[in-house]
Structures are given as structure tokens and as C-alpha cells.
Design a protein around this ligand. Structure first.
Ligand SMILES: [Zn+2]
Length: 338
């Protein structure tokens, strides 16, 4: 019986390689492996063998079955390839139009913001998303035991001492001031990270930072720059409202509200601004003297303003989107609207 198995093996291999078409190969498969094929029929005789032969013949039969299945499957692929190559291919038929994608709305907004600020003389910079404690906190006037650290739920990096996923783009202020002399006019768009997740918070989101350092910079300069830039970015002439606030890196600190893009404060029933006429849009202030000092600048000689603004926030205000998570779900029905 061993001889018979070997004979089937040789014959099946020869037949398989001799096949010229898929139809022929199907027949070969049936001939050797089909329900009434040569190999199954032979294996059905195993119970008649002595118990020792049962074992060896059984094993041989199983190995052969596996081998043949594999050989035939490979031959199928080869024949399919050949068939495709032989098919008539009309090279004069125009190609199917490619479906074109476009940039993600967040990327488009970053480009737009960079363009608007470049016209105001601001250079766009980018940098460290993982940063040390000094640049993310201490140099920004947030010392180790300062309660302001509690304001931001920080991701700390495992196994690297004192490193965080930056909680704001403000770290770039320090990096830039350490390497460049005033006058300084920069924006720094990029990713920031905080342990926070709901309809209006995501553990990763985008901000852009703005920094201007020069002689005799004032809040009036800040207001003009922000009003001009935000009106262009939102494509609507906005009025700004400053409210006093607290950030460790600015003094005084301000919350910046823009007049409602929907009703401009004229509709007490407006859903977008809930009738208040204003929308929170940015945090800002005059750079704290300690921050200038930490970056190696003399606050007697230089001063400046800084602001930070959520990029998703701008998009949500501009297009009246109420769930931040839509930006990360990659649903084309949403993305294609931009
Ligand atoms: Zn409104």
C-alpha cells in the first residue's frame, strides 16, 4: 500500500504541473482529492491493514494529502496569473478617474492660520511634543508645587524623568526665546495632550500659540492682532471682549471672547452663543516677567503678549460643530464637507 501512495504522489504531481488551464486543474483535483478521488479511496482501505501498517500508511496518506492540496493551490495562483496576463488589455481606454482626497479640516485650518499670521509678520514654528518639565512648566512660571499644575491633567512619560506630553503649545515660547533674540513674532501650531475626554475635550487636541516680544508692546497691540487675525480666520468681522483671568505665564491674564459668528449678539435666542452674544475663543495676556527672565531676556528692556487658542475650538465655532470627537472619527461623510 505504501507503493500505491507513492505512485499516486508521482502521478498527481506530474498531472498538476501539466495542467494548462484552471478547468484542467479542477479535474486533477477531483481525480486525486475528490470524495471518490484516488487518495481518499485508497485511505478508506486502511482499516483492513495490520495495526502497525495502519499507523505508517495513515501518516503517509495525511502528509500526501496536505502536500497535494498545497501544490494544487499554488498551481491555481500560477494559472490565474497567466490568464490575467493573456487577457486583452486595451491601453487606449481612458483611466477611471481617481478619487481625490483632501487635507483634514484641522490641517487646512492650521494652513489658513499660518497664512493669516504670516501676513501680520508672524513666523510659524513647530517643535517638541514631548518636553521636559522646564519648558512645559517651570520656565512658564509654574514651579513644582504650584497649584496651577492641577489645572491641567498631565500625561507623564514613563521611564524618562521629568518629561511630559506637552499640555500646551506654550513650551514653544521658551524654546524660541532661548534660541532667538527679540523682536519676536511667532505662532506655534501643534498637538497638545491632557487626560480629558468628552464631547468638547479630547486627550489629544491642537492649539496655536502666539508670542510677540518687543519694546513697548501693549494690550492694545494684542487686541488689534487678535481681532484682525480672528476676523480673517473666522471669515467674519468679529468684535473681541477681554475678561480678566488667571494663567501663571501671563500678567495680566485674559479670556478672549469673540462676538457670535451666528448672530453677532443680535439674537437673544441664538443657540450658538446661548443668547450671550459672545463665544470663548482664546486665552491671552502680557508675558509674565518671570517667563522672560527664565528665557534669558531682561523684562526691564523687553515685554510682550502671548495667546493660545484651540484649533478644534475655532473650527467648531466657525462651522457650528458641537462634538469635538467628529474630527477624529474619520467618517468621510463629515470630512467631505470641508
Ligand atoms: Zn449668537
Amino acid at each position: 500500500m505504501k507503493n500505491e501512495i507513492e505512485k499516486i504522489e508521482q502521478e498527481a504531481i506530474a498531472d498538476t504541473s501539466a495542467c494548462k488551464s484552471i478547468e484542467e486543474l479542477k479535474e486533477v483535483e477531483i481525480k486525486f482529492l475528490g470524495r471518490k478521488g484516488l487518495l481518499p479511496m485508497l485511505l478508506r482501505k486502511i482499516p483492513e491493514l495490520s495495526s502497525e501498517d495502519k499507523k505508517t500508511v495513515g501518516q503517509m496518506g495525511n502528509v500526501l494529502r496536505k502536500n497535494l492540496e498545497e501544490k494544487i493551490a499554488n498551481r491555481y495562483f500560477e494559472l490565474e496569473d497567466q490568464q490575467e496576463e493573456n487577457e486583452f488589455f486595451d491601453i487606449t481606454i481612458p483611466a477611471k478617474p481617481l478619487e481625490k482626497g483632501h487635507h483634514h479640516p484641522i490641517s487646512m485650518m492650521i494652513c489658513h492660520i499660518e497664512e493669516v499670521f504670516s501676513r501680520l509678520g508672524f513666523t510659524s514654528i513647530s517643535g517638541a511634543e514631548i518636553d521636559d518639565d522646564w519648558h512645559n512648566f517651570s520656565a512658564l512660571n509654574v514651579p513644582k508645587d504650584h497649584p496651577a499644575r492641577e489645572m491641567q491633567d498631565t500625561f507623564w512619560v514613563k521611564n524618562i524623568d521629568d518629561h511630559v506630553l506637552r499640555t500646551q503649545t506654550s513650551n514653544m515660547q521658551i524654546h524660541y526665546m532661548e534660541a532667538n533674540k527679540p523682536p519676536i513674532r511667532i505662532i506655534a501650531p501643534g498637538k497638545t495632550f491632557r487626560k480629558d475626554s468628552d464631547a468638547t475635550h479630547s486627550p489629544m487636541f491642537h492649539q496655536f500659540e502666539g508670542l510677540m516680544v518687543d519694546k513697548n508692546v501693549s494690550l492694545a497691540n494684542l487686541k488689534w492682532v487678535l481681532k484682525t487675525a480672528l476676523s480673517e480666520i473666522l471669515e467674519k468681522e468679529v468684535e473681541l471682549r477681554f475678561r480678566l483671568s488667571f494663567f501663571p505665564f501671563t500678567e495680566p491674564s485674559l479670556e478672549v471672547d469673540a462676538s457670535c459668528v451666528q448672530c453677532a449678539g443680535k439674537n437673544p435666542n441664538c443657540k450658538v452663543c446661548k443668547g450671550t452674544g459672545f463665544l470663548e475663543i482664546a486665552g491671552a495676556g502680557m508675558v509674565h516677567p518671570n517667563v522672560l527672565r527664565n528665557a534669558g531676556l531682561d523684562p526691564e528692556k523687553w515685554n510682550g503678549f502671548a495667546f493660545g487658542c484651540g484649533i478644534e475650538r475655532i473650527l467648531m465655532v466657525k462651522y457650528q460643530i458641537d462634538d469635538l470627537r467628529l474630527f477624529y472619527e474619520n467618517d468621510l461623510r463629515f470630512l467631505e464637507q470641508f
